[in-house]
Design a binder for this molecule. Structure first.
Ligand code: ADP
Length: 194
């Protein structure tokens, strides 16, 4: 694994991987869901297909209890047949022009899921690139937000979550995440030494 694919933050790591998030074993897999928690295409479709109907049954119960999930927030279910204990269904923002709170809402997806992880003693968690598919968030901006919000969270919550994996489905997205990871590593190194 090239060194630019891992960023160490204290005892924790951010890792970048290209692949199918449903095949990578972790404690919690994050899903890019919609506010109706109703299932859809993209990574959501893949998670429900691989995880089996149990996950949607749990979401049906959550929906009857709380109605829907706010944008920027997330709900937790079991992971069915996926190689994980939990799925955190995060609702990313639909991108309009970047001036309707999209950056804050996207960052909130990452921090909310990391909080859910810490509450459940989750040590390893994987994120897809939330909002950058059907919801149209530009990948460059979204990658930077994803990496920076997770890094900031890890800096303030030492010793809970140990490994945060960012999983990109395409080579193009992977390259963009790598570029932003290299930038972030430079910034973190300057903070440490400067
Ligand atoms: P959103 O509606 O939040 O934009 P999408 O599922 O449409 O969510 O897309 C989010 C990202 O997930 C996209 O970059 C897409 O390429 C990616 N993706 C789709 N399937 C998978 C998968 N099996 N594993 C990892 N990422 C995936």
């Amino acid at each position: 694994m090239g060194s630019e694919l891992v960023i160490r933050i204290g005892l924790c790591q951010l890792q970048l991987l290209k692949g199918d998030i449903t095949t990578i074993a972790v404690d919690a897999i994050v899903n890019a869901a919609n506010s109706q928690l109703a299932g859809g295409g993209g990574v959501d479709g893949a998670i429900h297909r691989a995880g089996g109907p149990e996950i949607m049954h749990e979401l049906d119960e959550i929906r009857s209890a709380i109605g829907h999930c706010e944008t920027g927030s997330a709900v937790a279910t079991g992971a069915g047949k996926l190689p994980a204990k939990y799925v955190f269904h995060a609702v990313g923002p639909r991108y309009r022009d970047g001036r309707h709170g999209e950056p804050e809402l996207l960052a909130s997806c990452y921090t909310t899921c990391l909080n859910l992880a810490a509450e459940r003693d989750v040590k390893t968690i994987s994120f897809p690139s939330i909002s950058t598919g059907i919801y149209g968030y530009p990948i460059e901006a979204a990658a930077e937000i994803a990496l920076k919000s997770a890094a900031a969270w890890l800096q303030h919550h030492a010793g809970t979550v140990r490994v945060v994996k960012f999983v990109q489905f395409s080579e193009g997205d992977h390259e963009i995440y790598r570029k932003h990871a290299a930038n972030l590593r430079g910034t973190l190194a300057a903070e440490t030494h400067g």
